[in-house]
Design a protein around this ligand. Structure first.
Ligand SMILES: NC(=O)c1ccc[n+]([C@@H]2O[C@H](COP(=O)([O-])OP(=O)(O)OC[C@H]3O[C@@H](n4cnc5c(N)ncnc54)[C@H](OP(=O)(O)O)[C@@H]3O)[C@@H](O)[C@H]2O)c1
Length: 328
């Protein structure tokens, strides 16, 4: 049983604990918050674990195997460093770290200390995504004409965007997700989902460019990225500041593969030029983190070394592409 500690007390932490505990692979051991009452509320809700107010104290606990880190992006590095140097495995929310230097440092420390560092990219662990990947591999091999590309789209008007706009106008609090000091922004927060899919399916692009509309605090609000490969392009639209109903499409000959929601990958359709639906696949999902917790448990339990190497490389490649996109 993996004894789990958590950092961060927003809804995503509760969703992760719920999936972890229900998988039967994890037992909640510690919940950390700067405000112990917040941690205690989560402990009470799940009827397990101990509330603790300091990350430094939590990482020293001997009855703790792994820590789920869901702090603001800019704090992932210091939290992961404390955990791995104390020989705790870490599952770090996306985007794992702000740059390659941080990624390399933590991974070297993790190796030295014999622990795993896993980026919580939940969407590529779902059953439906695995079907998508097989389908695209099949279509690549069976296509008649060259593959030209895909359009991956995600526009989610953030519940914190109004607060951001007010903060900008009145010089008051800016939510972390729209604050460059906390490594916020559309690309880090949601653009990373389609980017993960593109890099997992097609590898690192030869070139990556992004056109950005920024807010007055320099945060990226509305992004169009192009990943250029040999013979095809993947375009990625992402924004936390608009409401969009665009789905995502991969094009093969006279058919397209349609994915309704690139962050959740819950439904895939194959549609022919005559608008005939050739295939419609979906798995009902109760908690979108159910599949990732099981995959990560098999890594932490030492049963999936190949999967770990593959996820590690993918995580590093994604950070490398993000760095290139941020360069503009
Ligand atoms: N996989 C997904 O579907 C998904 C969804 C949402 C978010 N995320 C990821 O989860 C992470 C957290 O996102 P979020 O929106 O929950 O962030 P957030 O609300 O800004 O912060 C998360 C938690 O970190 C702690 N925190 C906030 N500001 C802090 C500070 N200045 N210093 C130390 N701790 C601080 C708070 O916990 P305490 O007050 O209790 O200390 C807070 O609950 C991000 O990496 C994000 O990308 C993933």
């Amino acid at each position: 049983m993996i004894k789990l500690g958590t950092i961060g007390t927003s809804w995503i932490t509760e969703q992760f604990i719920d999936a972890a505990v229900n998988s039967g692979e994890y037992a909640l051991a510690y919940v950390q918050s700067r405000n112990i009452a917040k941690a205690q509320t989560i402990v009470d809700k799940f009827g397990a674990g101990k509330a603790i107010d300091s990350v430094e104290s939590m990482v020293e606990q001997s009855d703790l195997t792994a820590i789920y880190i869901a702090s603001p992006n800019s704090l992932h590095f210091e939290h992961a460093k404390l955990a791995v140097t104390n020989k705790k495995h870490v599952i770090v929310e996306k985007p794992i770290f702000a740059n390659l230097e941080q990624w390399d440092e933590i991974n070297a420390l993790a190796k030295e200390n014999g622990v795993y560092v896993i980026e919580a990219a939940r969407h590529i662990q779902t059953k439906t995504y695995k079907h998508l990947k097989n389908l695209i591999e099949f279509k690549q091999s069976a296509k008649q004409y060259p593959f030209l590309g895909a359009n991956l789209n995600i526009g989610q008007y953030s519940s914190k965007y109004d607060q951001y706009q007010q903060g900008q106008q009145t010089n008051t609090f800016i939510p972390n997700v729209f604050n460059p000091e906390f490594a916020g922004g559309s690309l880090y927060d949601i653009g990373i989902y389609p980017l993960y899919v593109a890099v997992d399916l097609f590898g690192k692009p030869q070139n990556a460019v992004m056109h950005v509309v920024k807010g007055s605090n320099d945060i990226d609000l509305f992004n169009h990225a192009i990943l250029e490969y040999d013979g095809f392009n993947i375009s990625i639209f992402n924004s936390k500041a608009v409401h969009s109903v665009l789905h995502s499409e991969f094009y093969f000959d006279n058919e397209l593969i349609k994915v309704n929601n690139i962050t959740d990958i819950d439904t895939i359709e194959v549609i022919s030029k005559a608008e005939n639906k050739v295939l419609d696949l979906s798995y009902p999902v109760t908690n979108p983190m159910d599949d990732e917790v099981v995959a990560f448990a098999s890594i932490i339990n030492g049963q999936d070394a190949d999967k770990y190497s593959q996820l590690l490389q993918l995580s590093r490649d994604v950070i490398e592409v993000i760095t290139e996109l941020k360069r503009g």
